[in-house]
Design a protein around this ligand. Sequence first.
Ligand code: G6P
Length: 368
Amino acid sequence: EMVEKQGYQHFMLKEINEQPESLKRLLALYLDDDQLDLGSTGLKNNWLQDYDKIQIVACGTAYHSGLLAKYLLEDKLRLEVEVEVASEYRYRNPIINQRTLLIVVSQSGETADTLAALRLAKKNGATVLALTNARDSSIAREADLLLYLNAGPEIAVASTKAYTNMVAAFYLLTVDGMRQRTEISRQEVQAYQTALIKLPELLRQVIEHTGAKVEKIAEKYAVQEHIFFIGRNTDYTLALEGSLKLKEISYIHAEAYPAGELKHGTLALIDTGVPVVAVGSRIDIFSKLFSNLKEVKARGAETMLITIENQDFEASSVDYLVELPEFNQYFVGLLTIIPLQLLAYYTALFKGEDIDQPRNLAKSVTVE
Ligand code: G6P
């Protein structure tokens, strides 16, 4: 096992560190001479016009990638996007027709509920696009279109590099859709494409620069019983994924909220010393997030802020700060996943938990 871990103590840490390379492998499949080309997925050059809505259906971490995608796809493509967990979708008679594009997302390609959702949508005339890391899985075989994630084998139960490639795959779809819209300039499309190509290098820098800092914070978190995560827009979906990572492997109760929703209930739980992690990569709404952070600080919370460097804010409200490099506003969110994954990893490490094989969980859930 040590050989496969290549010197890392756990597969999870190895897989976190592999993300720049595994993202490069995905981009290599779909960027030809730096020009985006999704033709090999089976998608038509002008697919956008064929659909009235997109439904994204998945479970767990894959579901979180879909939640993030909704914000981007609706913003940039002006096409309706619904996101749902597969176990709900399959039992509720959703509205599906021939102008529906169903996107199923699955690392393993074998998740029973996701496969059932795929079959339901196909039966009702939808076109199914699979985003999966297993090319010869059931989901890959039964889908009409296939975007292969190419993240390489993921061993740790808590998904890391597959999530990153799922989000990046949605970035690719977003840019490909933007290209089809006459309202969007060629320069803008090109700028997004160029940003995508730079993403692996930025991930590498973030891994290099945040590890030691996050490890120190995690030592404090390891003794906590509850940890809250907040964010707005795409950062809210990253908060969800960060809290899932933490509870999966550290067994600490973690919850993520849209920051603006706090005062509708959860604020009652914020007391002296309760940790709140604010994910704040969206500069357009940073001031809104920060005012929520001040609200929890005023109630005694111990705050951690993940944001982009050179922001203006009152440092006295932030106990732990993790800064990320400036980057394309729409893609920068993915960088926050690195400190979130590392926070979960090191917290579990300090607690001495079985990081790669958390209790009660399986890598792939092939039964209902
Ligand atoms: C399990 C795994 C999760 C994963 C989910 C969906 O619960 O423990 O890490 O996100 O299944 O798996 P999939 O293979 O469909 O992405």
